[in-house]
Design a protein around this ligand. Structure first.
Ligand code: ATP
Length: 196
């Protein structure tokens, strides 16, 4: 999956709407300390369904909303939109994924204007060999981690790169459903033997 555009409003230091075109090839973000380079990478991961405030360098998820400065009041919401190149079943070749968070109301996701669950967004990216934990998004402190990864961690990275991470999520779901069904069957057996 190729990400073609990133739009941010009220996300961390990006209080005013910002629109970035991402050209094909390797993209690097450069700029002085504190200008928002890491915030951009976090905006990408957040929109892909990242749910750990810690990995967004905050105490709670609402910390991604612009918190205000000496001259500007805080915002009530943050919204990030990604335009991605995908092969859609209807033949279209682009999808817009939007995540929005409002103070006190939590996060909401949309894919091409439809309300969806966080999981739908996570699966969309996992199936396309990308996502919030994708090895394609390399933050400053991750370079060392990738080099020093243990074999099991490296395997997870390769699986993600190969696009099979989504299958693991589905397998876990299927296993949970199977266990619930087995519990129901056992309960049914008990009820039937009570009545026999
Ligand atoms: P460095 O090169 O030092 O790592 P950077 O370019 O990666 O810096 P970021 O860490 O992305 O910079 O941005 C840090 C800036 O974002 C800080 O000025 C911080 O105050 C601001 N910031 C972070 N969260 C918020 C928020 N919720 N509201 C307003 N500003 C925020």
């Amino acid at each position: 999956m190729r990400i073609k555009r990133l739009r941010l409003t009220g996300f961390k230091s990006f209080v005013d709407p910002a629109d970035l075109r991402i050209e094909p090839g390797l993209t690097g973000v450069v700029g002085p300390n504190g200008c928002g380079k890491s915030n951009l990478l976090e905006a990408l991961r957040w929109t892909m369904g990242e749910n750990s405030p810690k990995s967004m360098r905050g105490a709670g998820m609402e910390d991604v909303i612009f918190a205000g400065t000496a001259t500007r009041p805080p915002r009530d919401f943050a919204e990030v939109s990604l335009l991605a190149e995908v092969d859609r079943p209807d033949g279209a070749q682009e999808s817009e994924i939007v995540r929005r968070i409002e103070r006190g109301a939590g996060s909401a996701y949309r894919i091409d204007g439809r309300d969806v669950r966080a999981k739908d967004v996570q699966l969309l990216f996992a199936d396309s060999a990308t996502g919030a934990h994708s090895p394609a998004l390399v933050s400053q402190n991750r370079i060392g981690a990738i080099i020093a990864a243990r074999p099991a961690e490296r395997r997870a990275m390769l699986e993600e790169a190969a696009g099979i991470a989504g299958l693991h999520v589905r397998r876990k779901d299927a296993e949970a459903r199977m266990r619930a069904t087995e519990a129901n069957l056992a309960r049914l057996d008990e009820v039937m033997s009570d009545q026999a």
